[in-house]
Design a protein around this ligand. Structure first.
Ligand code: ZN
Ligand code: ZN
Length: 366
């Protein structure tokens, strides 16, 4: 159990440091992070008001009062302000912010709520809360890393069973449905995404599933993830093959494996996000495959599947101990095939702590 009072205090300090006088946080990963409150996103406004100076208040619909009191925020002694059906919750939030001229709203707040808040506080400039909250969420505590390791182990157990689901004649959708069941069966509370991209479909990195039937000779990208009961996410890709794949594919896959290993091996505090991306990319470029690696190397992961730090050219931020992110190079050839290898890693004191452990070789299903 994280020290929520400390997180709330840090959030307020960070808000002040970036020039925001308050943070307005609605249901989603930010609220879960600072308040330990897994609130249902409703059209009714739930909003944690964190002033840079002063005490936070959790504004909730009256019918959510009990849930709010039981949440981390309630247990940490945050004031709960319930509003009744006939009240205007936006006016309640505005009343907590007199004298404030700049607020940060969390990235997941709905447009309807952002606009109604703006109407309730016409003189207040709205910005994103991310510059305040991103740096906090990006540096994981040991217990958060343990949570992400548990998520990694759970999705490893799913991948361990994927080869048994791949047979010629089955559709991607059928395989995907089985995988979704396994994601829950292996301990996740929610399935976030299931990509089963076979044959030419694998040339599209974010293909989901289709009615295409698996055929002998197919290579199949399986990229899957879910959210564990404590809110932390998994995300792991392995590439499989049914029978003998194209020799050209095999040659490229061997390079991809080296690229992925090179990046994992280069993780340490101080290396910049863009240099880590370049480490993997250089291996593919040298083999003449650079143009086929059409996306960034990776993304941070925690209470969101995609969060800071983004491992991408142009991001000169140095890695720090405790940052957790994916390393997922790939290659994509339109109309033919694609492949990706993805692990989640934590930046340790002097090397990567790899949180996924399935073999990275092409998994050939005979
Ligand atoms: Zn993935
Ligand atoms: Zn990913």
């Amino acid at each position: 159990m994280e020290d929520l009072s400390r997180r709330l205090k840090e959030a307020a300090q960070r808000a002040e440091a970036v020039g925001l006088q308050a943070l307005l946080i609605s249901p989603g990963p930010d609220l879960r992070y600072v308040a330990g409150y897994e609130a249902v996103p409703l059209e009714r406004l739930t909003c944690l008001v964190v002033p840079a100076v002063g005490e936070p208040t959790l504004v909730v619909p009256a019918l959510e009062r009990a849930a709010a009191l039981e949440s981390g925020a309630g247990r940490a002694g945050v004031t709960i302000a319930p509003w009744r059906e006939t009240e205007d919750p936006y006016a309640v939030v505005a009343s907590l912010l007199s004298g404030v001229t700049r607020v940060g709203v969390d990235e997941h707040m709905t447009a309807r709520q952002v606009i109604r808040l703006r109407d309730a506080m016409p003189g207040v400039r709205q910005e994103l809360a991310s510059p305040a909250l991103g740096p906090l969420r990006m540096r994981k505590s040991p217990s958060e890393i343990a949570s992400l390791a548990a998520a990694g182990a759970a999705i490893d157990r799913v991948h361990e069973q994927v080869a048994g689901l791949l047979r010629p004649g089955r559709t991607e959708r059928e395989v995907g449905r089985d995988i979704a069941e396994l994601i829950i069966g292996e301990g996740h509370a929610r399935v976030d995404f299931v990509i089963v991209a076979s044959g030419p479909n694998a040339a599209s990195p974010h293909h989901e599933v289709s009615e295409r039937r698996l055929q002998p000779g197919d290579s199949i990208v399986v990229d899957i993830g879910g959210t564990m009961p404590d809110g932390y996410c998994s995300d792991e890709t392995r590439t499989y093959a049914l029978g003998d794949p194209d020799p050209e594919f095999l040659a490229a896959y061997a390079v991809l494996q080296r690229a992925q290993a090179a990046a994992s091996g280069a993780v340490r505090p101080g290396i910049t996000c863009e240099d880590l991306d370049a480490t993997a990319r250089a291996v593919l470029v040298e083999a003449g495959l650079g143009d086929l690696f059409i996306h960034r190397l990776g993304h941070g992961i925690g209470l969101d599947t995609h969060e800071e730090p983004y491992i991408v050219e142009g991001n000169a931020m140095p890695l720090e101990t405790g940052m957790v992110f994916s390393i997922e190079p790939g290659f994509y050839v339109d109309g033919r095939f694609g492949a990706r290898i993805e692990d989640i890693v934590a930046c340790g004191e002097d090397a990567a702590i790899v949180l996924n452990h399935r073999p990275r070789e092409l998994v050939v299903v005979a």
